[in-house]
Design a binder for this molecule. Structure first.
Ligand code: SAM
Length: 233
C-alpha cells in the first residue's frame, strides 16, 4: 500500500510557498524577459528527456491521432513551451497544450510568458487544484505530464477526506485519463518501486515505459537521483 511510504512535511508542500515563489518569478520576468524562472530537475536534464521520450513515441507510431497534453502543476509552463517547439514541425497531427496549477501566480506567470514569447501558439492555463477540483477532473487528456508536482504534493501531510494528497493523487489523475492515455511522471522523492506503487496500487494504471538516467551504486543498491516513469490506463 502507498500508505507505507512516508515523507516529511516541507514548505514546498504548501500553496503559500508556491504563490510567493511564482509571484517573485513573475516580477523577475517582468523586469527581465530572458528570465523565465526555475526549470526543475535541470541538472538531470529531465525536461529534455521527457520531451525526447514523447517525440520518440510519436515517431514509433504509439500515438495514432491528435494529442491533448495536460501538464499537472505546470509552474512556469516551461515544459509545455519546450514541448510545443519540439513538435511544431509535425504537421499531420494536431496538438493542444493545457497547463493547470493550484497557484494563481503560477498561472499568471505562465500566461504572461505565453503571450510575450509564444504569441503564435495556443496554450491554455487554468488555476486548478488537482486534488480537489472535481468538475475539471471530468476532462480527458491523451498525455499527462508531471515534473515535480507529485513530489511537492507528497511533502504535505495534511489530510483531505482522511487521506494524504499523495494517496489520492493517482485516483484523481486517472479520472482525467481515458483508455490508452499516458501519464509521464518525473520524481526525485520516490524510488522507482515506490512511484510504481503509489500510481498503480489503487488505479487501472500500469507501468508502460521509463526514461533511463545515469545510475549510481550505493551500499550495493543501484539508483539514480530522478526517475521518470510512464504509465498507461
Ligand atoms: C516543483 S514545482 C514544479 C513545477 C513545474 N512542473 C516545473 O517542472 O517547473 C511543483 C508545482 O506543483 C504545483 N502544485 C502543487 N500541488 C498542487 C495541486 N494540488 N494542484 C495543482 N498544482 C499543484 C505547485 O504550485 C508547483 O507549481
Amino acid at each position: 500500500m502507498a500508505e507505507e511510504i512516508k515523507l516529511n512535511s516541507s514548505k514546498l508542500g504548501t500553496q503559500e510557498y508556491w504563490n510567493e515563489f511564482y509571484e517573485r518569478e513573475l516580477q523577475n520576468f517582468q523586469s527581465n524577459s530572458d528570465d523565465t524562472g526555475e526549470c526543475w530537475f535541470d541538472d538531470s536534464d529531465a525536461e529534455s528527456k521527457m520531451i525526447q521520450f514523447i517525440a520518440d513515441k510519436l515517431e514509433e507510431g504509439e500515438f495514432a491521432k491528435d494529442i491533448s497534453f495536460l501538464d499537472l502543476g505546470t509552474g512556469n509552463g516551461h515544459l509545455l513551451f519546450e514541448l510545443s517547439q519540439e513538435l511544431k514541425e509535425v504537421d499531420d497531427i494536431n496538438f493542444t497544450f493545457h497547463g493547470i496549477d493550484y497557484s494563481a501566480e503560477s498561472v499568471a506567470f505562465a500566461k504572461d510568458i505565453a503571450n510575450k514569447k509564444f504569441p503564435g501558439f495556443s496554450f491554455k492555463f487554468d488555476q486548478i487544484d488537482l486534488l480537489t477540483d472535481t468538475p475539471f477532473l471530468e476532462n480527458k487528456f491523451d498525455v499527462l505530464l508531471d515534473k515535480g508536482t507529485l513530489d511537492a504534493i507528497a511533502l504535505n501531510q495534511d489530510l483531505i477526506n482522511g487521506k494524504r494528497g499523495m494517496d489520492i493523487y493517482a485516483k484523481q489523475v486517472s479520472k482525467m485519463m481515458q483508455k490508452g492515455s499516458i501519464l509521464l511522471i518525473t520524481s526525485c522523492n520516490f524510488t522507482e518501486n515506490e512511484l510504481i506503487k503509489v500510481i498503480t496500487s489503487e488505479t487501472e494504471l500500469t507501468e508502460w515505459d521509463q526514461i533511463q538516467y545515469p545510475s549510481f551504486q550505493f551500499g550495493g543498491v543501484q539508483g539514480s537521483t530522478v526517475v521518470s516513469i510512464a504509465f498507461i490506463k
